[in-house]
Write a protein that binds this ligand. Structure first.
Ligand SMILES: Cc1cc2nc3c(=O)[nH]c(=O)nc-3n(C[C@H](O)[C@H](O)[C@H](O)COP(=O)(O)OP(=O)(O)OC[C@H]3O[C@@H](n4cnc5c(N)ncnc54)[C@H](O)[C@@H]3O)c2cc1C
Length: 598
């Protein structure tokens, strides 16, 4: 049986010692009163809920999965899921960072992100039910009419209803311009939607009284392609103007997908059979409106993988301490036992340190990103808001793709620490590997994230947003100039920062001759950019640890931080050199290969 301890100490470290969130909150009138004690108390309770209520349902959910009643189209979630959701609602957790105007508690998003990391460590499949609801809430909050907001937001905030995002169709995944679901305008101002959606997470389930679907569809006169897509809100049950539930709407689950992981989450084929919906935002501008939800979901997917990396690490570490096998290469370490713990073997340590470095680097990046979103939404200064928005746009594909790719490596390494026992169900490790795999695929595959980063977020503005991040690195390097203890972190980081400009310019130049150069370099490029960002945060974390130790702290937490930073820069960060070589290899080795595929 796996176990899970919420990483509250590390969260506090990132929030207060690395990011100094209280300074930021003081600049935002809506959060000026938030203090560190409140955050700590909320996270402690959230950690208890995640580890005591949600975590015990993880393996049950994996084994039972969801079941569809084909007569009623109702979906039953695994045992305990519904009761846990009721507890979640009663605890007020869905409202944590929602707008007080709709019943929310108005706490900073960064607190909610910490909660979500813990929920995802505990049980990713369960957490997707409330997770998608947040995205639906945000899309309606940003683009809904007053009437739509008043009708839906209070119930999504309280957790009485959940939300979904219905984009994908059988012939249309990445390329949403191909979608066919139709929306016919009605005399009363509503629309009737007809079509088939697939892979809809939490599309149908038994945990709440109503499900609010955000659906992409085409109006009759819509232009073809992605410029002709509109967004609609389609409830499972019609909602009366006074909020009471009416008749069943014509949207139902026609089938459940049988899949590799996240079995406890219902992945539904949804049939829209003249379902009544209302338009959200402007006609034919649905993709832009849906991007609010997709961006929130992309960061949410990063949090899923962060959670899995952390829980896999914790269990692999506990196992490695306990498991005895072979003797240390440098001589017997534990003579009272027949063999030494596997922790004496360098490669076992490497696997564990990889997971720890990816978890803690990911936490720093994800929480930094949450603070940027906070600034984008709540900072009183226009320039600050707009700069924060640019950084969020730059970092979102990195949070999504780099953290999820790393989690695949980390969960697999942690499984390897268990040897054959990792492959056996009862230890829970193989579930983490299976669950982690989807995060690289949905919400835009990681290839699409890398194209978004390189094409839209970097090359389209001559790397302006990336240079802003580079300025943070330069400031840290300048601040620590002459500090020999920081040199092992800052020398490689500063070098990569300098190489990045040339590297980006070269790809941009080649792309002007051949657009395939972007596609050929993008995945490698995102990993290099991911390390640049992680490298900054690992250097910052090492800086804080060194400062604490210089002031006399003997807290092993800081020593561990420093040792992990050393490992990260020595063993993981250097892959950037190879990645820059492979990215520079160009498009021809990929595209002049027709004989291979003939
Ligand atoms: C468990 C699960 C849950 C999901 N939940 C939801 C949900 O709640 N709502 C929803 O709407 N959808 C959901 N999806 C769908 C998911 O977002 C899509 O599967 C994903 O976007 C990829 O689309 P596709 O499967 O059609 O693959 P395709 O688009 O067919 O892609 C196939 C391959 O081609 C590559 N490719 C495609 N286009 C390009 C390109 N332009 N450049 C380079 N490479 C390209 C892709 O990266 C991929 O490797 C879910 C999927 C799964 C499996």
């Amino acid at each position: 049986m796996p176990s899970y301890t919420p990483p509250l100490r590390d969260m506090q470290f990132v929030l207060h010692e690395v990011l100094n969130v209280s300074d930021d909150f003081k600049q935002m009138p809506s959060h000026a009163e938030i203090d560190a004690d409140t955050i700590a108390a909320v996270l402690e309770e959230g950690g208890k809920f995640a580890s005591q209520v949600i975590f015990p349902l993880n393996q049950i959910g994996d084994q039972q999965g969801c079941t569809l009643n084909r007569d009623t189209h109702e979906v039953k979630t695994p045992d305990g899921f519904k009761a846990a959701f009721e507890q979640y609602v009663q605890g007020g957790w869905p409202a944590l960072s929602a707008d007080p105007a709709y019943g929310g508690q108005g706490l900073p998003l960064v607190v909610n992100q910490c909660l979500y990391e813990m929920l995802n460590s505990a049980n990713q499949a369960w957490t997707m039910y409330p997770g998608l609801t947040h995205g639906a809430y945000e899309a309606l909050h940003a683009h809904g009419t007053e009437a739509q907001k008043n009708l839906y937001l209070p119930k999504l905030t309280s957790g009485e209803w959940t939300g979904t995002m219905c984009l994908t169709e059988p012939h249309c995944g990445t390329d949403l311009g191909l979608l066919r679901t139709k929306a016919e305008p009605q005399a009363d101002g509503t629309y009737r939607l007809t079509g088939n959606k697939i892979f809809i997470s939490a599309g149908e389930h038994d945990m709440v009284s109503n499900i609010v679907h955000l659906v992409l569809a085409r109006l009759p006169d819509a232009p073809s392609g992605s410029k002709g897509i509109s967004l609609f809100v389609v409830p499972k049950f019609h909602v009366q103007p006074d909020g009471r539930l009416g008749e069943r709407n014509g949207i139902y689950c026609g089938g459940l997908e049988h899949k590799m992981g996240i079995h406890g989450n219902a992945t539904c084929q949804m049939v829209l059979d003249g379902a009544v919906g209302t338009l959200v935002g402007q006609p034919n501008k649905g993709l832009a409106a849906m991007f609010v939800m997709m961006n929130a979901a992309r960061i949410g997917v990063g949090m899923q993988s962060l959670g899995l990396t952390e829980v896999a690490y914790q269990n692999a570490l506990a196992y490695a301490k306990d498991r005895i096998q072979s003797r240390s290469l440098t001589g017997v370490k534990n003579p009272s036992q027949a063999a030494d713990s596997i922790l004496v073997h360098p490669d076992v340590r490497k696997m564990l340190l990889t997971a720890k470095a990816y978890a803690e680097g990911g936490r720093a990046l994800a929480l930094y990103c949450a603070m940027l979103i906070e600034r984008e939404l709540h900072h009183p200064d226009d320039v600050e808001r707009s700069e924060a928005a640019d950084q969020v746009a730059l970092l979102t594909p990195i949070v999504k793709a780099f953290i999820t790719d790393n989690a695949w490596t980390a969960t697999s390494s942690c499984m390897q620490v268990f040897g054959g026992h990792g492959f056996i169900r009862e230890w829970g490790m193989e579930q983490y590997v299976r669950d982690a795999r989807i995060n690289m695929i949905y919400e835009g595959t990681n290839t699409i994230q890398s194209l978004d980063l390189l094409g839209r977020k970097v090359l389209s503005n001559q790397g302006a947003a990336l240079k802003k991040f580079g300025a943070k690195i330069a400031a840290l390097v300048a601040q620590e100039q002459g500090n020999e203890e920081m040199a092992e972190f800052l020398t490689p980081l500063a070098k990569l920062g300098q190489q990045m400009t040339q590297f980006t310019t070269e790809i941009g130049y080649k792309a002007m001759q051949d657009a395939d150069e972007v596609g050929a370099a993008a995945v490698d490029y995102l990993r290099v950019a991911g390390h640049l960002v992680f490298g900054y945060f690992w250097a910052r974390m090492a800086q804080v640890a060194l400062q604490q130790m210089a002031q006399g702290s003997r807290d092993p937490f800081y020593q561990a931080k420093l040792q992990t930073a050393r490992f990260y820069f020595a063993k993981l960060f250097p892959e950037t050199a190879t990645l820059m070589i492979t990215a520079r290899a160009g498009a021809s080795v990929l595209m002049e290969t027709d004989a291979v595929f003939a």
